[in-house]
Design a protein around this ligand. Structure first.
Ligand code: NAD
Ligand code: UDP
Length: 315
């Protein structure tokens, strides 16, 4: 029987790749999105498939939806510039939106996957970060609307599991990049790639000693699919990220090597509450799901660069 799958936030960067993968795997896919940080154009190429349906709508006020077997909740703005401009919307999308989708799963007996984030670890004092680490988030900081609403979303998932027996899974997604990121969304990958291709200086914040671990989107989508499909993962929370850790300064140099032409690096002030180190402890993903990322940073950057080089300026 064809599995019916709802992807909330499906017209976003990660969501559009997930919709593609699900269609290729034979699912009937309903993509729900309010186009706040995503674009219908990201899934335009899927509209001709008869197993794909696009629904424009908001998870905070769910429209009428068909019955489905599984729900991926990826709906949430995720870039630091949006934390400045849309904090209330972000907080309520992860709170009310997650509640609405969990209620929907209770009604339909559907399986739920929540896209949480490595941001629940805040500026971590434990390194690398295992799922058992409770984190170090500044509740009142500029990232609080995002970090705390993802933490609340996770707590809500656990509450629904306990009270209603929902089959739910939580992914803590670490920095993921690839084609269809918004060039102007302020995150480091689109910013550096755009700057490298344009021959501009790369803007490193702080002294560039802070670290991140970058996962290519195809690997991330494979991890999300594995988490949803693994029968023994019901109730689990799993870090999904690449464990190659790199400083932002080294990352800038790598982007220049792969895509640039001897660009300069300039240093700008470090934003408030910018985490100093971040790397997933991936043992649970390996042991429970048999998942490890396969695409190296240089290859992932080449693929991302191709997309940005071809994209229209207003994409
Ligand atoms: P994105 O902004 O490209 O995608 C988010 C999508 O959700 C967009 O299409 C947006 O229009 C939609 N959306 C936002 N609010 C909505 C609402 N109220 N109702 C309906 N749709 C709504 O960002 P992304 O990087 O693809 O992130 C997808 C998910 O993964 C997010 O939940 C994000 O928090 C999580 N995540 C991403 C990363 C990453 O590195 N990309 C890391 C950690 C967590
Ligand atoms: N960053 C940077 N230059 C930029 C954009 C971001 O040096 O033009 C830094 C940012 O300060 C952070 C890292 O790159 O230390 C990753 O930033 P991003 O916003 O992509 O993700 P997050 O901080 O949420 O991990």
């Amino acid at each position: 029987m064809t599995t019916r799958t709802l992807v909330a936030g499906g017209a976003g960067f990660l969501g559009s790749h997930l919709c593609e993968r699900l269609l290729a795997d034979g699912h009937r896919v309903y993509c729900l999105d309010n186009e706040s940080s995503g674009r219908a154009g990201n899934v335009e190429h899927l509209l001709s498939a008869d197993r794909f349906e696009y629904v424009r709508g908001d998870v905070r006020d769910l429209p009428e939806l068909p019955d489905v077997d599984e729900v991926y909740n990826l709906a949430s703005r995720a870039s630091p510039t949006d934390f400045d401009d849309h904090p209330v919307e972000i907080a309520l999308t992860n709170a009310e939106g997650t509640r609405n989708l969990l209620d929907y799963c209770v009604d339909r007996d559907a399986t739920f996957l929540f896209a949480s984030t490595s941001e629940v670890y805040g500026d971590p004092e434990v390194h690398p970060q295992p799922e058992s680490y409770n984190g170090n988030v500044n509740v009142r900081g500029v990232r609080g609307c995002y970090d705390e609403s993802k933490r609340f979303g996770e707590a809500l998932v656990v509450a629904y599991e306990r009270q209603y027996g929902v089959d739910a899974r939580t992914a803590r997604i670490f920095n993921t990049y690839g084609p269809r990121m918004r060039p102007d969304d302020g995150r480091v990958v689109p910013t550096f790639v755009r700057q490298a291709l344009a021959g501009d200086d790369l803007t490193v914040y702080g002294d560039g000693s802070q670290t991140r671990s970058f996962c290519y989107v195809d690997d991330e989508v494979a991890g999300l699919r594995a988490l949803m499909d693994e029968p023994t993962a019901s109730g689990a929370v799993v870090n999904l990220g690449n464990d190659r850790e790199i400083t932002i300064r080294e990352f800038a140099e790598t982007v220049i090597d792969v895509l640039g032409d001897d660009n300069d690096i300039v240093y700008e002030p470090l934003p408030e509450d910018d985490p100093q180190r971040r790397r997933p402890d991936s043992s649970r993903a390996r042991d429970l799901l048999g998942w490890t990322p396969e695409i190296g940073l240089e290859e992932g950057l080449r693929r991302t660069g191709e997309f940005f080089a071809e994209a229209e300026p207003n994409v």
